[in-house]
Structure formats: structure tokens, C-alpha cells
Design a protein around this ligand. Structure first.
Ligand SMILES: C[S@@+](CC[C@H](N)C(=O)[O-])C[C@H]1O[C@@H](n2cnc3c(N)ncnc32)[C@H](O)[C@@H]1O
Length: 250
């Protein structure tokens, strides 16, 4: 098993278990842990032009916290796609989200069926960014909007990257979006610490419960090493969390 399996599969299943044990109010914040903050999710949601009932594809949806928050806050209908079985189960069972096992590069969805899409913290975990963007272009309706959270690297990294991650530069990301048929409408650097304290406390409580249950497991240590590396690179400014809203060509 790779460190990414530990982080995105095993810990997803453990997060489900702990969020369930701690009860209401814990699942959404815990399910967003691997992603943007509440402020980043709002920033994207405000710009995706989604009406109630719209269908939004979440590519690489993880445990499902962001899609569950969006469904509740904006009354949209998310369809989630995620390659890790533990995360797919968590998304279905914690939030009842329609979630299919699949990869961003082969979305199991028909052409032009999504009113909007987002892909949060996923492009950095895959080599084939062009394939993932091409699939998002295929499933979106013409003019549909795409929200991205991408960790970009515009200079050298002064500490080790999490295993399996490949960070684009901001210029590469712009080029990849243009080549896939997207026009960038807006971009901003995210503040990943803008969560309300109840939200942060709930996410921390779930993490502490996972550690209490599984802290002796080597897979927990490997997953912690992965997120620790990410934290170091973000803290030093070697990586920047970029939010982008782009529009699919007509
Ligand atoms: C940092 S997590 C973010 C999860 C979720 N988007 C969120 O914001 O909470 C990255 C996710 O991308 C998924 N992932 C990795 N490679 C992928 C691929 N090729 N296609 C789709 N998802 C992928 C991982 O399994 C993991 O769930």
C-alpha cells in the first residue's frame, strides 16, 4: 500500500467511524479535513453560478464533506467520483451522497450532463492533470463553471513533498486549463485557516478520536507524515493554495 492509500483510503474509513461515534455536527467538518476551509468552499460556491437543483460533479470527492456542505448550503445535487473505496463508502454512508468509484481521468458520467463541477486538492495528487481537466470539460454543459483548489509551486521546495504529489506552477495550471478548453474567470489565494472555531473544533475532535483508536497503527503514522509534509510546505510558502473558477468553452 502507498502512503496515498493510507491517507485517502484507510484514514477516510477511520474518519467515517470516528465521526459517527462523535455524533451530529462532526461529519461535515471532518469530511472537509483534506481540503479547503469553509471560506474557500464559500468563495468557490459563490462563483459557480449554481441554481437550486443544479447537478454538480465533485471529481476526487474524498470523504464527501465539501459536497455535503454544498448540497446543504446551496441546494444543489452533487454527484461524487472518487477512486478510494474507503472514501466512497464514507461519502455514501455519512452523507448519503451519490458516489461512484472512479478516476478523474475516466469519469463514469455522460457528456454535457453537469451544470457545474469542482475538483478540490486533487490535481496535485495525479500526474495526468490534462486527462482530469479533459474529462471535466467533457461532462460539463457548454458554459458550465469549474471550481478548483490547487496547491501550486512557483519555486523550489525546501522540504520533502508528500509521496505521490506533483505540484504544477501557476503558469502551468493556466496553460493546462486553456489547453483543456477552459477560460479562467477568477483566481485567489485561499486562506486555509478561515474556519469558524466550532468547525475547527469538530474536525480536531474527530482527528483526536481517530488517533485514540488507531494511533498505534503504522498507517496512521504514514498518513500523518503526508499531511505534516503538506503543512510544512504551505507554512513556508513553498506551496500556495490557489482557488480558480474557470468556464468551459461553449
Ligand atoms: C486532498 S484529498 C481531497 C478530497 C476532497 N476533494 C476534499 O476536498 O475533501 C485528494 C483526493 O483526490 C483523490 N484522488 C487521487 N487521485 C485521483 C484521481 N486520479 N482521480 C480522482 N481522484 C483522485 C484521492 O483519493 C483523495 O480523495
Amino acid at each position: 500500500m502507498s502512503a496515498m492509500d493510507d491517507e485517502f483510503d484507510v484514514v477516510a474509513a477511520w474518519t467515517e467511524e470516528a465521526a459517527r461515534a462523535l455524533g451530529p455536527g462532526h461529519a461535515v467538518p471532518a469530511g472537509c479535513r483534506g481540503s479547503g476551509s469553509l471560506g474557500s468552499l464559500r468563495w468557490l460556491a459563490d462563483r459557480l453560478d449554481l441554481r437550486p437543483g443544479a447537478r454538480l460533479v465533485d471529481s476526487g470527492s474524498g470523504v464527501g464533506g465539501p459536497a455535503a456542505w454544498l448540497a446543504g448550503d446551496r441546494q444543489v445535487q452533487p454527484v461524487c467520483v472518487e477512486p478510494m473505496v474507503g472514501a466512497v463508502h464514507a461519502s455514501r454512508r455519512l452523507f448519503g451522497l451519490p458516489t461512484v468509484l472512479g478516476a478523474a481521468q475516466a469519469l463514469p458520467l455522460a457528456d454535457r450532463t453537469a451544470d457545474g463541477a469542482w475538483c478540490l486538492g486533487v490535481l496535485c495528487t495525479t500526474d495526468d492533470k490534462a486527462g482530469a481537466l479533459a474529462e471535466l470539460h467533457r461532462v460539463l454543459v457548454p458554459g458550465g463553471r469549474l471550481g478548483l483548489l490547487v496547491f501550486v509551486q512557483d519555486g523550489p521546495l525546501h522540504a520533502p513533498a508528500p509521496e505521490g504529489n506533483v505540484f504544477p506552477s501557476s503558469a502551468e495550471l493556466t496553460t493546462q486549463l486553456a489547453e483543456a478548453g477552459f477560460a479562467v474567470r477568477e483566481r485567489a489565494v485561499a486562506d486555509l485557516h478561515d474556519n469558524p472555531h466550532e468547525w475547527a473544533d469538530a474536525a480536531d475532535a474527530v482527528e483526536a478520536e481517530v488517533e485514540r483508536r488507531h494511533g498505534d497503527d503504522a498507517r496512521w503514522a504514514r498518513a500523518q507524515e503526508q499531511s505534516g509534509r503538506m503543512g510544512t510546505l504551505l507554512g513556508s510558502g513553498d506551496l500556495e493554495p490557489l482557488l480558480v473558477v474557470a468556464q468551459r468553452s461553449a
